[in-house]
Design a protein around this ligand. Sequence first.
Ligand SMILES: Nc1ncnc2c1ncn2[C@@H]1O[C@H](COP(=O)(O)OP(=O)(O)O)[C@@H](O)[C@H]1O
Ligand SMILES: [Mg+2]
Length: 365
Amino acid sequence: MTAAAKPTMIEFRDVHKYYGDYHALRGITATIRAGEFFSLLGPSGCGKTTLLRTIAGFEEISSGAVMIDGKHMEGVPANKRPTNMVFQSYAIFPHLTVAENVGFGLRRAKLSKDELNCRVGEALEMVGLRGLGARAAHALSGGQRQRVALARALILKPKVLLLDEPLSALDKKMREQMQVELIKLQRQVGITFILVTHDQEEALVMSDRIAVMFEGEIAQLADPETLYRRPNSRKVADFIGTMNFLPARILSEGEQGIEVEAQGLGRMLLDPSQAPGAASGTGSSVGFRPETATMLFEGQKAEREAMGTVEEVVYYGDMTYYDVRLDGTEAPIRISMRNVFGRPVLEIGARTRVAWSPGAIVLFR
Ligand SMILES: Nc1ncnc2c1ncn2[C@@H]1O[C@H](COP(=O)(O)OP(=O)(O)O)[C@@H](O)[C@H]1O
Ligand SMILES: [Mg+2]
């Protein structure tokens, strides 16, 4: 099924939330599809957790509407919603066994012992903890605890799983491993996952679509590639990865596209899709990612070249990051180069030719 054909699972209609005078959610309108891995991404304090909690029913909204699976959620308590939440600090009970922790969510369901064991077994299998049911929860590693928390949420068979920074307490290696496992798990169970994260890399790696939030608003909602390649503002571009900006002037705009003159690069013709954002009123600039420009070495030629001087070199082994100031510009741009065999690493002060491509440019106005 193509993404667009999937039915709607969650709908926010102009959702506002005030904490006293503080306007925490400022008109959220968005749709999350059934079976989607969706992320809420933004800096700390932008309202991600608050928005997630309005889905769970832990937070009443001040105005607007939250719909889940076609039903209006006003007045529907958390335990009557088809959602379940996995918390930032995975609140598992250390004095209980793994199986008791996982079965905890079903304590009110009045199942027979056999049914309960069967459901717990299924849930443990799902998260890769088969056979660990009798283990004391306090004897588990961080990653295993996270799996127990997941199993406990999934055993209730929710339509939507809500995850509030579930991996933030894990170290980098464990986090990366759990990211891959979460993606697999989501594909396997097929339900909607909504992940809150402040980590842009995590959001890019895991999500079908991402809502980037700043100060209680969604700045852009798109799939990872669109967000990365066509950010609709400098702020989004800056939050997701690194982007170079050069001051630019719009010369003309017509049928053939937008003609732009950028400092250091000169004139170029851009497609309207390369200017996805609204006017900011703060002047125009062009942006491009560090890996879309390339330094040219002897004998190499490109359609578009600019001259510059290397101002900084950061060597990472597999990659080298250069700060290069193009002739006629005030600030250096960042260029990332893969250290393929035989390619030299330049030194500070070296003159260099830089190849760039109009197709990789985003116009901000
Ligand atoms: N219960 C509350 N009472 C008052 N202010 C709150 C409450 N919960 C959150 N806030 C404020 O609302 C804003 C958004 O918080 P939150 O949704 O937790 O952000 P995030 O999850 O993106 O870090 C923050 O400025 C926070 O201080
Ligand atoms: Mg939060």
